[in-house]
Design a protein around this ligand. Structure first.
Ligand SMILES: Cc1cc2nc3c(=O)[nH]c(=O)nc-3n(C[C@H](O)[C@H](O)[C@H](O)COP(=O)(O)OP(=O)(O)OC[C@H]3O[C@@H](n4cnc5c(N)ncnc54)[C@H](O)[C@@H]3O)c2cc1C
Length: 311
């Protein structure tokens, strides 16, 4: 499907930041399209239950939350264009957003392409992806029934990932480089109560070992003493932070956006008419409600920008 000839707002992305930006921009009466890869929901899609999202008093999955916001955005008048965006460039009076199948012209662009999981960065990791190393506990946890696994990560999302995979695995080691992982109290209590999860503090994975092309063990190093030990494992779930997806802006921004696009409080980038929201921006707070708020803020700023241009 193609968007109208010249949009007011092209939102690039399909996660909660993009969906909310589309909802708000269309709700302001702006001609809005959300240009997204075919699967909507972004990181939320694999969440069985979205935690810490205001108003969700009953358990709601990430895909259900995304569908609800998509329906609201469609109702508000946003169009959805399912196309992988391959480039964003300036043209007089706005932007060209190139996709695999089509090119869209828009007066403003909101980049909401999120972030991808950071890799561990150890030798052999790529070859073992899908062969013992995973970046999604909900997706791959069931493959490790009654076998030992580890989750690497320092934050609450890593703790919750450990709880998910503990439903299947014989035992789970939560490897954190900190003295304690930064867990919400509910996660902390659930991990404390679990007989299958143990926390390995002050540790980092330094090597992955394989046999026949399948993960068999990891080497962990104590960050204080530098002592190393091997852990026999069938699975390793990597949750070591996010790398913002900002490659589409390389030609538009002078600075390196590798750590996220720099924005002001209105989600404005240094390029007039270009905004960034959610996991793609520097300083993003990490939670879905914050991504949604970013999307709403960016849409509000786009509306104000267009109004100022028209005056
Ligand atoms: C394991 C884990 C558990 C989590 N649990 C929770 C939780 O319980 N509660 C909570 O509040 N938060 C949770 N989060 C965080 C939450 O998932 C993120 O805050 C949120 O998904 C960020 O939304 P986003 O829209 O910025 O990015 P994303 O969700 O990453 O969405 C980015 C979107 O952009 C699309 N895209 C990327 N590039 C292109 C392109 N070139 N063309 C078109 N589309 C593109 C992608 O397909 C995707 O749809 C969790 C995160 C993780 C990793």
């Amino acid at each position: 499907m193609s968007a109208p000839e010249v949009l007011d707002v092209a939102v690039v992305g399909g996660g909660i930041a993009a969906l909310t930006a589309g909802l708000f921009a269309a709700g302001f009466g702006l001609r809005t399209a959300v240009l997204t890869e075919i699967v909507l929901g972004g990181e939320l899609i694999n969440l069985e239950e979205v935690d810490r999202y205001p108003g969700l008093t009953e358990p709601v999955s990430g895909s259900e939350l995304a569908s609800r916001v998509e329906a609201q955005a469609v109702e508000a008048g946003a169009e959805f264009v399912f196309d992988d965006v391959t480039g964003i460039s300036r043209e007089s009076g706005g932007f060209l957003v190139a996709g695999l199948s089509d090119t869209t012209r828009a007066a403003t662009v909101i980049l909401a392409t999120g972030a991808k999981r950071r890799k561990l960065g150890v030798a052999g990791e790529d070859a073992l992806e899908g062969r013992g190393i995973s970046y999604c506990g909900t997706c791959d946890g069931p493959f490790f029934k009654d076998r030992p696994v580890a989750v690497v990560g320092d934050d609450d999302f890593a703790g919750r990932e450990a709880l998910v995979v503990a439903r299947y695995a014989s035992d789970v080691t939560l490897i954190t480089s900190r003295p304690d992982p930064q867990l919400a109290s509910a996660t902390y209590q659930a991990i404390e109560a679990s007989e299958r999860i143990r926390v390995l503090p002050n540790a980092e994975v330094t090597e992955v070992h394989e046999s026949g092309g399948v993960l068999t063990a990891v080497q962990v190093r104590d960050v204080g003493s530098a002592a190393v030990t091997d852990l026999s494992l069938a699975g390793l779930f990597v949750n070591s932070g996010m790398a913002p997806n900002t490659g589409l802006l390389e030609s538009l921004l002078d600075e390196d956006a590798g750590c996220g696009v720099v924005v002001d409080a209105g989600m404005r980038t240094p390029v007039p008419g270009l905004f960034a929201a959610g996991g793609a921006r520097r300083g993003f707070g990490g939670y879905a409600v914050m991504a949604a708020a970013d999307g709403a803020t960016a849409a509000t700023s786009a509306r104000d920008f267009l109004r100022d241009q028209a005056e």
